[in-house]
Design a binder for this molecule. Sequence first.
Ligand code: HEM
Length: 454
Amino acid sequence: MTRPPMPDHRPDRVALWRHLRLFRRDILSAQPAKLYRAKMAEFRLPFLQSVMVNTPDLVRLVLQERAGDFPKSGRVREGLRPLLGNSVFVTNGATWARQRRMIDPAFEGGRLRDSFPAMWDATESMAVRLTQGPQEVEAITSHAAADVIFRTLFSVPIEDAAAAEVYQSFRAHQRAAPILNLAAVIPLPRWVPRPMPRAARVTARRIRALITGMTEARAAAIGAGTAPDDLATKIMTTRDPETGAVFETSEMVDQVAIFFLAGHETSASALAWALYLVATHPEWQAELAREAQALRPHIGGPAPDFGILRQFPRIRDTVREALRLYPPVPMMVREAANPETFRNRPVAPGAQVIVSPWHMGRNAHIWPEPHDFRPERWAQDSTRAQARDGYIPFSAGPRVCPGAGFAMAEAVLILARILADWELRADSARVPVPQAHMTVRARDGIWLDLRPRN
Ligand code: HEM
């Protein structure tokens, strides 16, 4: 006998521990199916109220219209502080607003164009490293995305000694760190200390020491007038329009840490899943490969104009669709500052409010065939209207990802470059299982066979 559907105003009640366990093990298939239809879910916790909002109006309320009343959760901040200090990712209020005023100009349209040659060089380097045969592609995309960040931020390739060490330390940190978002909703009272594991503290300290060295060297170069014109110089010389001050070097270290983390992990995840989706849709892949040939005259040469990306509309739509199905940041956690009422249910001050790009992207009320890979949907006006409501892989509102345009450009370029040279085949015996780590990763990696394209 099937259970009658819940009345609309009654949020689903889900046992949190079960949900978290499933989320970690396999986000895709172990989710209670009703969560893709639920308008709101409330988790049963002994000490803490936790609600997941799942309708466009509630998501808009929390992320945009009243974002100030739903600050970043203190629990998330606690977990990230050893690595990220007071970076823009974890701050709130006036400190956060000041940091965004100084960071955002570095990612505006014109600057993106300036970053493109460094992105191009990283992509060309990746192309040289690619080899024929079955391989795990998350390792490839992670390496490439880290190279993009080092080159655009500090004008150094990943082969640079300090850059290589930061990259290796980040990988070690990832293995040692607790699973980021989930730690924030664990049902323990606030007074229970939840220290970062020792191994993760060591890697966090090492990363910060390396980044401090790079940032101090850059501050000296700026002082001497010898600094390259890259993102680090741009951010470190941008004056707060309200106070005229620039970032202190120590504050800049915090920002650099989040650029590496937010900029490299996420793009690597998005690209790896996009490659998997393309590999499992051979006809679409053939169309993309034809589109990608527009790169051919430029391969091995200097970067073409940034405008070349306009020649890859289908590849762009493929990235959009991959971000809908496998959003690298699967959950965002906020905290209710005041008493609220959501869908006739009281939400207490201090309650954790979870916004889930994973569930919104597969929400059956918003997307036709929500679990299917249908990149052609992005060519339709109706999809763009749905995207306004339910498409939040980069979040939305004042805390929207400042690197969204950068990440889209990077993903389109890298995908086009791979498809120009290689045919991708998936192995039906190795279907990747998505898991929530710092980003959505595959449990045993994503294995694809690369064959030279004729
Ligand atoms: C596909 C790639 C990316 C995805 C899916 C992504 C997604 C997101 C999301 C969902 C948030 C909001 C998190 C929250 O509010 O809890 C965020 C914030 C942020 N992202 Fe990205 N991101 C990507 C790439 C980048 C890149 C390339 C950079 C920089 C180079 C970047 C820098 C940041 C920063 C600094 C924040 C914090 C913004 C704030 O809190 O005001 N991201 N990103």
